[in-house]
Write a protein that binds this ligand. Structure first.
Ligand SMILES: [Zn+2]
Ligand SMILES: [Zn+2]
Length: 449
């Protein structure tokens, strides 16, 4: 083989390194920015490289292997294809992969799929990103036992190694903060054993689910993702988290620890660590815990089917079909209207509480149709979830947006901010030993100017 085509410097893949990380290091070793090297290997391609961990195709990987002398298979194994058949069945490149969310900016949206452990980066002779940090059920560094970061703690921008100028010192591409000197919180629940179990599941390729026996790991992870979504947002999330906390006290966290999110993958590693540990617990003693939890919440198949039934893994569809089938499918709204009419004839207020008492079951249609308990109160579920008397509406709105950018609920975000401003220690229980701050003090003062 001719070696003339090789680039002058060809760093080796480091243990567990992702392709995008290796690509960025290769660019820098040859005096280029990752974006510049990408334009050389993909002339006429996108101006900003797409996520190489997912989208590097065979021609590109073969070209990179030829130019660097790296083994092609080793490069393939540094991409998401490493998990084909275990974390996902196959990747058509179009649909979302439940456990491998996009990284950086995609179509102008901030995507937090690239996580990192600042301590690992700091300890590396040559800082590099681990492929495992892309998996969204990995929320804690098993070595340092701290939550991973998924955004720059200074500017809250997502991290993308392909947008960096220099990889040696791992700086945020947006504000140049040195990510090796960030610090991260301890997780609110002990999620490391859960992570280890999920790694074991994808290692062996199946998950044994009680009566349903061994289920392909990608199908079982699909069920886990459904449960994570139920716990992350939607009408039952709050109550279901409380119920799980009562059954498994080691998972009890205050409700505000987990800001509402439609999609669990969009949550910060801290919130994700909680809902993933809870969803994993719900899958234990399959399907007993799921059925008990769903019944305790008054959840039925109407709440659980969000896509056509046949698109769910059999183990899940079977449980919902047999144990949680809604008694009167699709007629909840009519039922509620009738229940309201009964209450009105009896001269009783048509509040959420009275509807539940009358029907003996909680249905999502109640939230829409129930009236407020008093004239001054907001309708059910529409109340302000935080208030600060005397604070101007524009500050409230700005605070709401800032908390959202940081991936927090307004309450915990404001609490952390005020504690820092007032020089108060971080909130203790139930986040024992946890810093409200995600940055070392010297770094904050160094950045203030
Ligand atoms: Zn680490
Ligand atoms: Zn930044």
């Amino acid at each position: 083989m001719l070696h003339d085509d090789r680039w002058p410097r060809c760093p080796r893949l480091l243990p567990g390194e992702s392709l995008s990380s290796w690509f960025a290091r290769t660019a820098v070793a040859n005096g280029l920015r990752p974006v510049e090297l990408f334009r050389i290997v993909q002339p006429g391609g996108d101006r900003i490289p797409r996520d190489l961990d997912r989208y590097a195709d065979d021609p590109l990987l073969y070209l990179l292997a030829d130019r660097t002398g790296m083994d092609r298979d080793a490069l393939v194994q540094a991409t998401f294809r490493h998990w084909a058949g275990t974390v996902f069945a196959h990747d058509d490149g179009l649909n979302k992969l439940p456990w491998l969310p996009p990284a950086g900016r995609v179509g102008g949206r901030r995507c937090f799929g690239q996580q990192f452990c600042p301590w690992c980066l700091n300890a590396d002779a040559a800082p590099y990103l681990r492929l495992n940090w892309r998996l969204s059920f990995v929320t804690v560094c098993p070595i340092h036992q701290r939550l991973l970061l998924d955004r720059c703690p200074v500017c809250n921008e997502p991290f993308s190694v392909l947008r960096m100028d220099r990889v040696q010192d791992m700086r945020c591409p947006s504000c140049a903060a040195d990510l090796r000197h960030c610090t991260a919180d301890t997780p609110p629940v002990d999620v490391v054993p859960v992570q280890q179990d999920l790694q074991r599941v994808i290692g062996q390729g199946w998950w044994t689910l009680g009566l349903h026996g061994p289920v392909y790991s990608f199908a079982a992870l699909d069920i886990l993702a459904v449960l994570v979504r139920l716990l992350a947002g939607g009408p039952h999330a709050h109550a279901l988290r409380t119920w799980v906390g009562e059954q498994a006290p080691n998972l009890a966290v205050p409700p505000e620890a987990v800001p509402r999110a439609r999609d669990g993958a969009l949550q910060t590693p801290r919130a994700r660590s909680v809902v993933i540990a809870m969803a994993h617990w719900l899958m234990g003693e399959w399907p007993k815990r799921l059925i008990e939890g769903a019944r305790a919440m008054g959840m039925t198949s109407t709440d659980l089917w969000k896509r056509p039934k046949e698109q769910y893994p059999f183990a899940f569809a079977d449980v919902v079909e047999w144990h949680l089938k809604a008694p009167h499918k699709d007629s909840n709204r009519d039922e509620m209207a009738a229940a309201k009419a009964i209450l009105m004839r009896q001269g009783k207020p048509t509040t959420h509480r009275n509807l539940v008492a009358l029907c003996g079951i909680k249905l999502s249609a109640m939230s829409d149709l129930a009236d407020a308990a008093s004239e001054n109160a907001a309708p059910w579920g529409k109340g302000r979830y935080w208030k600060l008397d005397g604070v101007s509406p524009e500050v409230k709105e700005a605070a709401r947006r800032a908390a959202h950018r940081a991936g927090e609920g307004v309450g915990p975000w404001l609490d952390g901010l005020l504690r820092r401003e007032l020089g108060m220690p971080a909130r203790k229980t139930p986040y024992a030993c946890q810093s409200a701050d995600t940055f070392a003090d010297e770094f904050i003062s160094g950045c203030a100017g």
